[in-house]
Write a protein that binds this ligand. Structure first.
Ligand code: ADP
Ligand code: ZN
Length: 827
């Protein structure tokens, strides 16, 4: 018997190992195993089991499996199938994909700890009958608290993980997963139960009596409960335990970092007709137990969340589980709150703030079917849910669903793939669907890849969409007869609207897509611009830190006093970031409570705090970057302003107009979500651009029609498929050489095969628009085709020709070569 094992190293193949007869009954796909690899022992995931091995392998070269780290498989066979698909589709090393799916899989072995259970006397019987080695292990654990299982294995020679796991099976130990280094304290809960009845005439104190009654009533009671129900039960508990009246033991409890996320009391709505119709379409697919993908195109405030909640409830009722993907979970605690309110403890929340051990805790809860709903950011697409019945991708257009490092997968696209494998319904929700998804929803019936279009064109309760004005800021000085004044950041219209908003005690949001104080600092004498020495960008001035910072690497520098070129002391700060805008607004509206929401002010707890304060109306005005545009539901907001709406249009990226339209529509959608109608002001230097005009009219259809026509003419997605190759190295020469070698390999394939000559377009190799980041030169090669299978076939062939998949390929050792399938980031 042989197994294919994916090892956590950046190689494209799995490795074959032989299974010794003793373990053939125990080994299963999805298990974590220990195998010898290059004279070391490594942890890997069993991808498959075969009777025979690849005849190309010499039998003598096949090594034996060393041990099975955990008998419980980490993934189901469908889960493994999904990983294989992801690795194949993104041309990614299987080991790296496994690492995405199994949180720190390789470290699980190191994280696993045992603690001997303090079991009530009568239950510790099995201990006597343990095999000798396990008996030794128990002795090694006794009186030790929690012990790393590696340590036990080292203490008891010859003991294997497989044998050790017997202790788990017998219920003799508690299992903990802990970081190896940072010693996090184990979260355990102490339990109590009655050990013997009261003897005749036996007296109890008042507290003891209360405890005894509680235990009698509930059989087992936790210390937490006891502490909540009476004052200082400790002394009484100790006394009763000493008398043998009660026993106690400890059990692991799962950590729950979202425990304090407010659960919003569920509201019960009569679904609107549009909601009902969408739900019915989803239900049809569920009833016939088939995969179907949907585009839920609902304007901001149309009640998409309610559709998710109902569809998920129906899915759970049918005995299946649900997965919800969100762009940035930290930004939307409310969303989690709504789900908590509806589904209580049946939810696991996966977010980037979790430590490795916490992630693994959540992951095990999921794996053990203790939860029915998983909510998380993109990596949650790999959550090991069984019987998955529905996947919701909220704000499906959001770029954060694409991973930009390691395997560059797109969680929304992979949601459709996983949904298909699991026969689940997949709901892609957005007020501004990506043109890729929208295009798929408009394909003729029966076309492969077609998604079902579910429109929700109106806000609930007949609330109007906000009135949007475009404010032309070209050459506009606020006071024409005082030209020395700097151009005003906020137009007269917006100033007036904000004034009225605050007078009426309502709230406002101002969006500016640039953080810091000024994005550019230059010498007013010689024109020297302060640039990052590592990146191809100018440094941003941050006033609070009095520093110049690079937004692409960690480079920072105290704000200089003079120009390094000409020693002139007049240094100009050009342009406006959120920090400057915040100060400006505070001067304009002295009494107003203003907060800033961007990456400089808001991380972790602080972010939650600002969002909560704004929600509670302890803040009147929120100024910020993209963070303010995300799906917040703040009913008190009536006015929204956008400053510099053209900024996102100026990127050399064919999706610039789409991103701008999405941003503007999303931010505008924050206005007027409550009882009061909203107004929006878009300040811009490009007032005639179609993406702005479409956003002003809330006219997605107009935007999509215009944009799709252009994409078709210019052969861009969704009418073509793209795969980009990205080359990065410290040495520009090496970068160019690698790019040229790959391009030459591509050319060879094109010359070789008329099919490729006909159907494949190659762009580049060319310098990336951001020519240098983090002191690495960047070049790109882009391949396009109208046929996805042809493109994939072509790329696979020429990558092998270039030696890309072979481990020994050292021609471009120092160049990072990334294959980016369906690239989103064109810079
Ligand atoms: P979206 O996500 O589409 O922007 P939400 O799901 O946040 O919109 O819903 C907007 C508001 O409408 C929320 O306050 C929600 O509670 C409310 N709502 C949703 N569905 C209904 C309904 N059927 N009837 C009344 N109010 C609803
Ligand atoms: Zn930099």
């Amino acid at each position: 018997m042989y197994i294919q094992v994916a090892i956590d190293i950046p190689l494209f193949t799995t490795f074959t190992y032989a299974v010794p007869p003793a373990w053939q009954a125990a080994v299963q796909p999805g298990q974590l195993v220990q195998v010898p690899f290059r004279n070391r022992s490594k942890t890997g995931l069993v991808m498959s089991i075969q009777e025979t091995h690849d005849p190309a392998l010499k039998p003598a070269s096949i090594k034996n499996l060393i041990d099975i780290v955990d008998l419980e498989p980490l993934l189901s066979t469908t889960g493994l199938e999904f990983l294989n698909f992801v690795a194949d589709y993104y041309f990614a090393p299987i080991g790296e994909v496994v690492r995405l799916a199994v949180p720190s899989a390789v470290r699980v072995e190191g994280m696993k700890h045992y603690r001997l259970r303090a079991l009530p006397e009568e239950e510790s019987g099995p201990m006597q009958e343990l095999p000798a080695l396990l008996g030794e292990a128990v002795e090694a654990l006794r009186g030790q608290g929690q012990v790393a299982i590696r340590t036990i294995k080292e203490a008891v020679r010859g003991l294997t993980y497989v044998q050790l796991s017997e202790l788990e099976t017998l219920g003799l130990v508690d299992v903990f997963y802990e970081e190896e280094k940072a010693k996090v304290r184990a979260r355990t809960e102490k339990y109590y139960k009655i050990a013997r009845p009261l003897a005749i005439g036996e007296r109890l104190g008042a507290t003891q009596e209360a405890i005894f009654q509680l235990l009698k009533e509930h059989k087992t009671v936790t210390l937490t409960t006891l502490r909540a129900s009476m004052k200082s039960p400790h002394a009484s508990l100790r006394g009763m335990e000493e008398r043998g009246l009660i026993t106690s033991w400890s059990e692991e409890v799962y950590r729950d970092p979202f425990a304090d996320a407010p659960a919003t009391a569920p509201k019960l709505f009569e679904p609107t007709p549009a909601q009902a119709q969408a739900l019915e379409k989803i239900a049809e697919a569920r009833r016939s137990n088939r995969f179907e993908g949907f585009v839920l195109h609902g304007v901001t405030g149309s009640g998409k969340t309610e559709v998710y909640v109902r569809a998920i409830r129906e899915t759970l009722e049918a005995g299946r589980t649900a997965l919800v993907l969100l762009p940035e979970i930290a930004l939307t605690p409310q969303f989690v709150g709504v789900f908590r309110g509806h589904f209580g403890e049946r939810i696991a929340v996966l977010h980037s703030g979790l430590s490795q051990a916490e992630k693994f805790d959540q992951w095990r809860r999921i794996k053990r079917n203790e939860v029915e709903i998983v909510i998380g950011a993109r990596s949650a697409i790999f959550a090991p849910l069984d019987r998955l019945g529905i996947i919701v991708v909220d704000e499906e257009h959001d770029a954060s669903f694409k991973q930009e490092e390691g395997p560059r997968y797109h969680a929304r696209d992979m949601a459709l793939v996983r949904g298909n494998l699991e026969r689940a319904q997949v709901v892609l929700g957005s007020a501004t669907p990506s043109l890729e998804s929208f295009h798929k929803s408009q394909l003729p019936a029966g076309e492969p890849g077609r998604l079902t279009y579910l429109p929700m064109p109106d806000r609930v309760a007949a609330r109007p969409l906000p009135r949007v004005s475009i404010v032309d800021m070209r050459g506009g000085y606020r006071a024409p007869n005082a030209p020395k004044l700097p151009p005003s950041l906020i137009s007269e219209q917006l100033t007036a609207a904000l004034g009225k908003t605050f007078e009426r005690n309502q709230q406002a949001i101002i969006f500016l897509n640039r953080r810091g104080f000024s994005p550019c600092v230059l010498c007013e004498s010689c024109g020297h611009v302060f640039q990052c020495p590592n990146c191809d960008v100018s440094l941003t001035y941050h006033r609070r830190q009095e520093a110049l910072r690079c937004h692409h690497c960690d480079y920072a520098l105290r704000m200089p006093e003079y120009c390094p070129e000409c020693a002139h002391t007049g240094l100009g700060r050009k342009g406006t970031g959120t920090e400057k805008l915040e100060g400006y607004l505070q001067e304009l509206f002295g009494q107003t409570r203003i907060a800033r929401l961007d990456r400089d002010t808001s991380s972790g707890k602080n972010l939650q705090k600002i969002i909560a304060q704004f929600r509670e109306h302890e803040i009147d005005l929120l100024v910020g970057t993209q963070m303010v545009t995300k799906g917040h539901d703040f009913p008190g907001v009536t006015t929204v302003g956008v400053v510099g709406a053209e900024m996102s249009l100026n990127f050399p990226d064919f999706r610039a107009a789409e991103r701008t339209f999405q941003l503007l529509t999303q931010v505008a959608g924050r206005a007027g979500r409550g009882e009061l109608p909203g107004v929006v002001f878009i300040q811009t230097l490009m007032p005639d651009h179609y993406s702005l005009m479409a956003a002003q009219r809330h006219d997605y259809a107009m935007f999509a029609a215009h944009e799709l026509r252009m994409r078709k003419e210019l052969h861009y997605p969704p009418f073509t498929y793209m795969i980009a190759l990205k080359f990065e190295a410290v040495s520009e020469g090496a970068t160019i050489q690698a790019a040229r070698d790959y391009a030459a390999a591509a050319q060879r394939q094109i010359r070789h095969n008329p099919k490729f000559a006909e159907g494949i377009t190659m762009l580049g190799p060319a310098m990336a628009p951001m020519a240098r980041i983090n002191n690495r030169a960047r070049w790109q090669l882009t391949l396009k085709s109208a046929s996805r299978p042809l493109l994939r076939q072509f790329v696979r062939l020429f990558l092998s020709d270039a030696g890309h998949f072979s481990a020994g390929n050292s021609a471009h050792k120092n160049v990072r070569i990334v294959v980016d399938v369906d690239p989103l980031n064109m810079l």
